[in-house]
Write a protein that binds this ligand. Structure first.
Ligand code: SF4
Ligand code: SF4
Length: 399
């Protein structure tokens, strides 16, 4: 069985630009007909870390919002809180609603620019979630962002690029990291308990970690102590302690090659929470670096811009996007400048080694194989290249 993936390339004309092409993909996916009057529509995207200059421009979200409204829907643009208090330095981070919405505004994402409310789907601290069982190899449940429950459709609008822990950061990453709460993100990145090293802790004179603990499970004695039975591993205390340069709170990173499979399993929970028929996927394969948009830099691009992909299958769309990136000639100025077309640029750029053999691992392949195994979709796809003329009336959903 194959899944359809719609594709339009990066070539533009003055009367048919990338925003027009996005409308074309929207219509090919059937969204203009599927959305009914009054439907609540989440447009899920990523607002980018401060210092990142490759994140998706808000104009794409604005276009989707306008199309949803034209079809009768009530759109909102959503993200979830990130890990790491104050990661953006003077500009804050992405850990709380005010931190991340402040960051979003710096990147041009406001209600005024996207034309719809901006919502942090997992609440102030990333703890506004509901638990969904998952029959996975790594997890048995995941905390899914609460706002999903009220959605009639979800349009997953993704910037396709690399991801150092999953190979490709595409639709599956936007689902499995982007639509889960803080605990789901932490479970993917880290293993075991968060612990305080009493030898390093500054004690009552500091107490900064107590204030940011959402479960109030840190108490102060002569040093800070965590009640592990109440800890949800949100890592707020880790990042706050790191920010003051003490690093008394410790955690352990998961082996890289297990992280993609975990966010795939998170994605299973996200999709099962409201049903696969509610989700529509769009990948914008532009500004393609090896790094995720949660990095505070604009890493050099690996290939030229490729275009826009759309599908109802989250695995097929990432496979088609990955294949196109593999096939594109490498940017000679990038870290993959001298590799052959057809070789996975992300695997070469990330150079993640198998802990036993020392061989370079293809994390994208590991991620997508696991997604297929978890029956999220198929890696076999039929690429349907959109060659039709553009919609006649600009700015509407008419085909
Ligand atoms: S933030 Fe760090 S140094 Fe300060 S009390 Fe907490 S663990 Fe100790
Ligand atoms: S102790 Fe646990 S719940 Fe509290 S801030 Fe640290 S990681 Fe989060």
């Amino acid at each position: 069985m194959t899944s359809k993936v719609y594709f339009t390339d990066r070539q533009t004309r003055t009367d048919y630009n990338m925003i027009d092409k996005l409308e074309h993909v929207f219509n090919e996916l059937g969204l203009n007909k599927a959305i009914k009057q009054g439907d609540k529509i989440m447009v899920k995207t990523h607002f980018g870390q401060w210092g990142n200059t490759n994140y998706l421009r808000p104009a794409y979200a604005r276009k989707i919002v306008d199309l949803v409204r034209a079809a009768g829907g009530i759109p909102f643009v959503a993200e979830t809180t990130g890990l790491g208090y104050g990661d953006g330095g003077a500009y804050g981070g992405r850990t709380t609603v005010p931190e991340y919405l402040g960051m979003a505004a710096l990147h041009g994402y406001t209600e005024a620019t996207v034309g719809a409310p901006l919502l942090m789907a997992d609440g102030y601290w990333g703890t506004d979630v509901f638990k969904v069982p998952v029959d996975g190899e790594f997890i048995d449940s995941v905390d899914v962002a609460m706002a999903l429950l009220d959605c009639d459709h979800v349009i997953v609008l993704t910037h396709a690029k690399g991801h150092g822990l999953g190979g490709i950061g595409g639709t599956l990453k936007n689902l499995g990291i982007g639509l889960v709460g803080k605990r789901g993100k932490a479970a993917m990145h880290f293993v075991g308990d968060v612990k305080i090293n009493a030898d390093k802790c500054l004690g009552p004179a500091c107490s900064k970690c107590l204030k940011v603990c959402p479960t109030r499970c840190i108490t102060m004695h002569d040093k800070a102590v965590i009640d592990q039975s109440k800890c949800i591993a949100c890592h707020h205390c880790v990042s706050v302690c790191e920010r003051i340069g003490v690093k008394a709170v410790t955690h352990t990173w998961r082996p890289n090659h297990t992280q993609g499979p975990i966010f795939v399993e998170n994605a299973v929970g996200v999709i099962n929470s409201i049903g696969a028929d509610k989700f529509y996927y769009i990948n914008l394969a532009i500004d393609i670096s090896d790094k995720c948009d949660c990095w505070n830099l604009g890493a050099p691009l690996l290939v030229h811009d490729i275009g826009i992909f759309g599908s109802r299958d989250p695995v097929a769309i990432d496979e088609a996007t990955l294949q196109a990136i593999k096939d594109a000639p490498p940017n000679p100025d990038s870290v993959v400048g001298d590799i052959e077309c057809g070789v996975c640029k992300f695997a070469t750029a990330h150079a993640c080694k198998d802990p036993e053999s020392g061989d370079i691992l293809d994390l994208a392949d590991i991620q997508l194989s696991h997604a297929e195994k978890m029956k999220l979709g198929t890696r076999k796809y039929e690429l349907v290249t959109i060659t039709k003329e553009p919609p006649k009336k600009r700015g509407t959903s008419e085909d």
